[in-house]
Design a protein around this ligand. Structure first.
Ligand code: WT7
Length: 668
């Protein structure tokens, strides 16, 4: 705690301010008056934002909040999300505008897709999915590289009313299997592989494995639709004629004519799995009308979107950022955007800057972890490219430290560009707290205040707002259109996780700690629960602990997130080995067992969950009731003096841990 206070004190000494560029301010999409207008009549404000969307049938009520926390937005309204993202732009005469400049990782592998072409592709995919037996309400899982077909598949699902669940391609087959089972996916759409770090990286074999595992969990996937991206070998048993279908057979031959059906505003649009405080990921449910309004409005307001902008968000479609700020927000707004398949350093470190130069990117949205890694590599790399097309920079995923903010603005933005630090979550669906680029004087490190239409506060344990200069829990105090509607199949967990903590006030509890500075601006400090944020990706300590104890040599495990210069937080694991493992020579907790465990976590969850550090310890610090005191482990992991140990059942445990530390480090 004292450490946090110190960090805060340092942060709040920040006195650099960056005024909006005059030109931008003069033509800003949203100006300062919007704050008051929205606060005076929040529902009226959201009714007006809904006009950004084309409704097949108008709504009769903006918000039904009669049964909290289950909200209904735009009651009675009907719409089709894919029509809104594609067809209506073609109908408006903008069919020749480029929707997607696709940049494959192999240099020179590019493809530009206009809105008219996108309409054909989405219609074909919708027809093909229908032919495979997918009906409105059926779930479709998507496990794909960052290729246009991924976007097309999401939109095709939306078009036929089949909620999609996109599983990040970096997740293991086990993680995929549990998601397939949880949402009972009927069809999986995947690719043979994708290009990452200069090589073809397989995806289809993981789908085969996941399908077999889902089967043992009692769930059958009916069809797997496969894009040929890399042409790589699928392996000996890599094709099952009864299940597997090539995209080029099913989709390419399908009709380009498809009439989109209008669905209820509350029809499920997608389920996105995210980590919580227990081992089981939560399927966050977003519905159609409110979500689309939220994404479209925020993308237009926060990025000050203009018709001739070239926009690029570097997120993967496997995360919510890819859903809201590659697919639904930008395409609903008829944007031209870059879609990049690979890693920032392939074939060499300046790849992203090359893409910006080549496509004249004007708005760029990325994560602090990426910015910090570029800082480390040195400014010579971006300096060697012409980045003068950029006019606005965005940041998302974790707190951006002031130095990274200033470097981003200075080196990438040439000191012309505002930086918008956008706070939101999988659950909120769209940006909640952010500067407005034409209004706010940017303050490095602060996400500033809620955008017009959103109401947030920082409260104490009792739910009472804290005064300026104090910290507490970040809450959203009013419902908003793109809010999650529930956790898939688990209304109780939905209520318990987000609404129970401040039930009396009816506030949404975000799980983040925050502070209001002396101006009342918000500084998001990070998670207050057992959730970590590694490179802007949410991981649950319990999930990784479960993975560790599933290894036969591990008796007990505790995982904490420790501060990390590059990734924000890093996974640090403390494990107690089983006697049998100790007997068989792993007693020193040497490199072998550590490497084995790291590999195991990677297999169970995926590379992003791989512990930076695994410490083999004889005991874990526990309270008398048996609760692991992660706070103390965090002290060890961050090389701090150990804090208060008075509630430890056995106070000598920490000495044991500190004296016998051994472990492996690596950065794979
Ligand atoms: C958590 C949500 C939002 C899409 C990407 C992550 C942290 C996110 C910021 C920010 C400080 C941030 C929070 C939040 N976070 N953006 N601008 N400043 N913290 O989505 O996986 O749902 O994670 O990411 O801790 O609760 P997510």
């Amino acid at each position: 705690m004292s450490n946090t206070d110190q960090t805060l004190a340092n942060l709040l000494q920040e006195d650099r301010r960056f005024e909006p560029p005059a030109e931008l301010a003069a033509h800003a999409n949203l100006t300062a008056e919007a704050y008051d207008r929205a606060a005076a009549d929040r529902e009226g404000f959201w009714a007006a934002q809904a006009e950004r969307i084309t409704w097949a049938e108008p709504f009769t009520q903006v918000l039904d909040w009669s049964n909290p926390p289950f909200a209904k937005w735009y009651v009675g309204g009907k719409l089709n999300a894919a029509y809104n993202c594609v067809d209506r732009h073609v109908e408006a005469g903008r069919g020749d505008k480029v929707a997607i400049h696709f940049v494959g990782e192999p240099v020179g592998d590019t493809r530009s897709i206009t809105y008219a072409e996108l309409q054909d592709l989405v219609s074909q995919a919708a027809n093909a999915l229908t032919d495979l037996g997918v009906e409105a309400g059926d779930r479709v899982a998507i496990y794909m590289p960052m290729i246009p077909e991924a976007v097309v598949t999401m939109l095709a699902c939306a078009r036929i009313g089949a909620p999609h669940t996109v599983v990040f391609g970096g997740f293991s087959s086990d993680a995929l299997a549990s998601r397939l089972e949880d949402c009972q996916a009927k069809v999986v759409v995947t690719a043979d592989g994708g290009y990452r770090r200069g090589a073809a990286s397989a995806l289809k074999p993981a789908v085969d494995e996941a399908r077999t595992k889902a089967e043992t969990l009692g769930h059958t996937v009916e069809k797997v639709l496969v894009v040929r991206r890399t042409g790589q070998d699928l392996g000996e048993n890599g094709w099952d004629d009864a299940v597997d279908v090539w995209w080029h057979d099913a989709v390419d031959s399908a009709s380009t004519q498809h009439t989109p059906e209008a669905f209820d505003a509350e029809h499920p649009l997608y389920v996105m799995y995210t980590s919580g405080t227990t081992g089981k990921p939560k399927g966050i449910l977003h519905t159609t009308g409110g979500y689309l309004v939220g994404c479209s409005y925020t993308h237009w307001a926060v990025f000050d979107l203009k018709d001739d902008d070239v926009y690029w968000c570097t997120a993967d479609i496997g995360w919510v950022t890819g859903h809201s700020y590659i697919v639904y927000g930008p395409l609903a707004n008829g944007v031209t955007q870059v879609l990049y398949e690979g890693t920032p350093d392939s074939p060499e470190r300046g790849r992203w800057w090359d893409v910006i130069e080549q496509h004249g990117v004007t708005i760029f949205y990325t994560a602090p972890t990426a910015i910090r890694s570029f800082m480390k590599q040195g400014r010579e790399i971006p300096d060697a490219r012409d980045l003068s097309s950029l006019r606005l920079l965005g940041s998302v995923g974790e707190p951006i430290n002031p130095e990274a903010y200033v470097w981003y603005r200075h080196v990438i933005g040439g000191d012309r560009t505002p930086v918008v630090d956008t706070w939101w979550q999988t659950e909120t669906g769209s940006i909640m707290i952010s500067p407005l680029p034409g209004v706010t004087a940017g303050k490095p490190g602060s996400a500033m205040i809620p955008i017009p239409g959103v109401a947030a506060d920082v409260v104490d344990e009792e739910g009472t707002p804290v005064p300026n200069g104090s910290g507490g829990y970040l809450v959203l105090t009013e419902p908003w259109p793109s809010m999650l509607r529930t956790i898939w199949g688990d209304d109780e967990r939905f209520k318990e996780t987000y609404w129970a903590r401040f039930a009396k006030q009816g506030y949404y509890f975000a799980g983040d700690g925050a502070k209001k500075d002396s101006d009342g601006d918000l500084w998001v400090l990070g998670r207050v629960d057992d959730v970590m944020n590694v490179s802007g990706h949410r991981l649950s300590t319990t999930e990784i602990e479960s993975a560790l104890v599933s290894h036969p040599k591990v008796a007990e495990a505790a995982v904490v997130g420790a501060k990390d210069e590059d990734t924000g937080q890093a996974v640090c694991a403390f494990v107690i080995l089983r006697e049998s493992a100790l007997d068989s020579g792993a007693s020193d907790g040497g490199d072998d067992i550590v490497a084995e465990l790291r590999k195991h976590v990677r297999k169970e969850i995926g590379p992003i969950a791989t512990p930076r550090q695994i410490m083999v310890v004889p005991e874990l610090p526990k309270t008398r009731s048996g609760k692991i005191m992660r706070r103390l482990l965090r002290d060890v992991a961050e090389n701090r003096e150990i804090g208060d140990v008075t509630t430890l059942a056995d106070s000598s445990v920490m000495d044991l841990i500190s004296s016998g530390l051994s472990g492996g480090k690596g950065d794979e």
